[in-house]
Design a protein around this ligand. Structure first.
Ligand SMILES: Nc1ncnc2c1ncn2[C@@H]1O[C@H](COP(=O)(O)OP(=O)(O)OP(=O)(O)O)[C@@H](O)[C@H]1O
Ligand SMILES: [Mg+2]
Length: 258
């Protein structure tokens, strides 16, 4: 289960984000206030974006990759009443209940491959992980990496695991290749073989059960073709488990190093 906090103030939208994520101040109920980047359940992309953020973010964290801490954020839509921006007001109104929060890395910079080199081992770990979750959103056009206190942090996994938009295709997705030519870390000679040797054995049934258990029932309930939320959780694991075993054999890095 993810921890849960309550939004007490909407601070500002992060305008770069296509899904209009926003900064919120939160209260954990024990006197501790913190700022989170909030991804709204009512955003156009829908709740599967949030499911992908939790499954992939928690999996990455468990594998030792840097992803900011995730939490559930309860929102009272009343918070939107005083909001002058129509679009934001609408988003807050339609996102009552549970949303996703990611710890805000204050002062982080967007990743620029010309300004910050990554060694082949670290590049390999990120590329291998992105291949596992089929993340097409880490290109040089849109890196979705931040540099914070001298380290690279991974954000924005909402568009990965595309197979969950069409479950009948999921069994075939386990074997689908991954093109990393456009990956922002492709120029750094990613050592995906080393990453696979290190990380693949850690992707066990047990780990996937723990990671998918973090997805709130409310975001899985009523999925067509499934009896209950746990059946959907197993479907995520049923793709990721076999994919972890062999995806390193199907990563294309041709043209890398451009
Ligand atoms: N945890 C964080 N700490 C600091 N800044 C963040 C954090 N998460 C996101 N941001 C900033 O907000 C921007 C938008 O976030 P994110 O990429 O997750 O949203 P998105 O709507 O999925 O974006 P897009 O679809 O445009 O890639 C990021 O590019 C980054 O500048
Ligand atoms: Mg993004």
């Amino acid at each position: 289960m993810l921890t849960e906090v309550t939004a007490v103030r909407y601070v500002t939208p992060l305008r770069e984000g296509g899904s209009l994520p926003g900064l919120v101040e939160t209260d954990d109920g024990h006197g501790s206030y913190a700022t989170y980047v909030m991804k709204f359940a009512g955003a156009g992309q829908g709740r599967k974006t949030l499911v992908a953020e939790v499954v992939c973010g928690q999996l990455a964290r468990r594998l030792g990759l840097r992803v900011p801490q995730l939490t559930g954020v309860r929102l009272d839509p009343v918070l939107g009443l005083g909001e002058p921006d129509q679009e934001v007001q609408q988003l807050l109104k339609s996102s009552g209940g549970l949303n996703l929060g990611m710890a805000y890395l204050s002062g982080a910079l967007g990743y620029d491959p010309l300004a910050f080199a990554v060694d082949p081992v670290e590049a390999g770990r990120v590329v291998w992980f992105d291949a596992l979750i089929n993340n097409v959103d880490r290109s040089w056009r849109n890196p979705n990496l931040l540099v914070w206190h001298g380290d690279v942090w991974l954000i924005d996994h909402g568009a990965s695991m595309i197979w969950h938009h069409n479950w009948p295709t999921a069994p075939a997705a386990a074997a689908r290749p991954y093109r990393a030519d456009d990956h922002v870390l492709a120029p750094f000679r990613p050592d995906v073989a080393a990453a696979a040797a290190e990380l693949a054995p850690q992707v066990t049934e047990k780990l996937l059960a723990e990671v998918t258990a973090d997805v709130p029932d409310a975001w899985l309930a009523g999925e067509p073709g499934f009896d209950d939320a746990d059946a959907v959780r197993r479907a995520y694991a049923d793709v990721l488990l076999p994919r972890a075993r062999s995806i390193h054999e199907r990563i294309t890095l041709e043209g890398a190093g451009r």
